[in-house]
Design a protein around this ligand. Structure first.
Ligand SMILES: Cc1cc2nc3c(=O)[nH]c(=O)nc-3n(C[C@H](O)[C@H](O)[C@H](O)COP(=O)(O)OP(=O)(O)OC[C@H]3O[C@@H](n4cnc5c(N)ncnc54)[C@H](O)[C@@H]3O)c2cc1C
Length: 395
């Protein structure tokens, strides 16, 4: 497998690295502290062409591959996870279903503004009673006079309630017992029935669709995460996204791809923590010398750096498999599992290397530590990744 980057990929990585250093790093602590959504940074990322990296150039996207996208995500997460997840959830979760299954009309309506970063897309899968068991969706949509009437609730939905949120693509039950489409792939009791699940685009501002108040979170403080409610919400029948009854299957495919982005976040966050730890260890002195000279500190740095290199290759491999049209479900789940755990461990070690200062918010590692934990939960928990991996291995 050839991991040599093309000139375009190198250029994109260098562009994002510089953007993260010059534009994101100086404001990341304040955005996190004030829980302020990074509107200006999103606009700048839109102008730089970062809000639509893998989408068609005819719609203003970058036409780039998954590896280029992963490199970009990695560089952003190295500096700030809130800004990074805003881009990643918008790209690989929110906009991707429209790119993959949208009609020409849907693409023309949504993609230009989404790729420009003028509007944000959200992905509404999780519900209060349907998280890991995502096929247990209770949100329902019924046709009435050429419109879908949607009732239900979603929760933990990223990018759903900002001033520039354009739409959410949701799963909803659109029929019972469709005659054989196994809409729920998971084995939980709540999802054993055969129900027809479809995807529907719901524009922000539609009467009956209300994003709730943002959650108070452990991390990702400058990103937007809300519960959503649908109460007699009516959208045109033409807002059906993809084929009726294929919504659950399609969203599982989206999650497979999204895991490569989340894995790249884990690599980037771990790398950012390591960068900070090395720089601090070389400056901080104890017992008459820099703490970087102590073997106990060196061992932490060496272990984490080796694990990052391994995790990075696994993540790039998943991206390359996807770009080559190969099955990437196994590798993406492995990469997501390994990198989430690595990010948690690397940020913890980085805090440890900072001693008491690591517990103080002015130091980025404090924020990194809080931002890491979600990587073992979002887009499928570690336990779900283990299930996916074991099934792929024939268990
Ligand atoms: C900040 C944030 C942003 C998010 N953004 C989005 C978003 O944009 N869109 C979206 O749709 N969702 C989003 N999510 C939801 C996220 O994907 C879910 O929280 C996650 O999939 C877990 O679902 P759950 O919270 O319902 O946990 P549960 O499914 O209730 O799981 C609870 C525990 O049980 C374990 N468990 C469950 N089933 C099994 C099993 N079969 N075997 C073993 N263990 C099991 C889990 O691993 C976990 O440890 C977001 C969540 C957060 C916190």
């Amino acid at each position: 497998m050839n991991f040599e980057l093309s000139d375009e990929q190198r250029l994109l990585r260098a562009t994002v690295r510089e953007f993260a250093r010059a534009e994101v790093a100086p404001v990341a602590e304040e955005l996190d502290r004030t829980k302020a959504f990074p509107y200006e940074l999103v606009a700048k990322m839109g102008k730089l062409g970062l809000m639509g990296i893998p989408f068609g150039e005819e719609y203003g996207g970058g036409g780039a591959d998954t590896l280029a996208y992963a490199l970009c995500v990695e560089e952003l997460a190295r500096v700030d996870s809130s800004v990074c997840i805003t881009l990643a959830a918008h790209t690989s979760l929110g906009t991707m279903p429209i790119h993959l299954w949208g009609t020409n009309e849907q693409k023309a309506e949504w993609l230009p503004a989404l790729c420009a970063g003028e509007r944000l897309a959200a992905f509404g899968l999780t519900e209060p009673e349907a998280g890991s068991d995502a096929g247990a969706t209770r949100t329902r949509a019924r046709l009435d006079g050429g419109e879908w009437v949607i009732d239900g609730a979603k929760q933990f939905i990223t990018n759903s309630g900002t001033e520039i949120s354009g739409c959410v693509t949701i799963t909803a039950v659109t029929g019972e017992d469709d005659g054989g489409v196994p809409t729920a792939a998971r084995r939980g009791p709540a999802s054993q029935g055969r129900r027809e699940i479809s995807n529907i685009i719901v524009p922000n501002g539609t009467p009956g669709y209300e994003p709730g108040e943002p959650y108070r979170k452990m991390g990702w403080n400058a990103s937007d995460t809300r519960p959503l409610s649908f109460d007699g919400c009516r959208v045109p029948e033409s807002n059906l996204l993809g084929r009726r009854g294929e919504g659950f299957k399609n969203f599982l495919h989206i999650l497979d791809g999204g895991r490569i982005g989340v894995a790249a976040m884990g690599v980037g966050l771990a790398q950012g923590a390591l960068d900070e730890a090395i720089s601090y260890a070389k400056e901080r002195r104890a017992f008459g010398q820099p703490i970087s000279k102590f073997q106990a500190i060196q061992a932490k740095i060496a272990d984490i750096s080796a694990q990052i290199e391994a995790a990075r290759l696994l993540t790039y491999r998943a991206a390359l498999e996807k770009d080559r049209g190969e099955s990437f479900t196994l590798t993406a789940a492995q990469a997501k599992l390994v990198t989430g755990r690595l990010a948690v461990r690397a940020t913890e070690e980085a805090v440890q290397i900072h001693g008491g200062y690591g517990y103080i918010e002015e130091y980025p590692v404090c924020r990194f530590y809080r931002d890491a934990k979600i990587l073992t939960i979002g887009e499928g928990t570690d336990e779900v990744q283990q299930m996916v991996i074991a099934r792929q291995l024939g268990c």
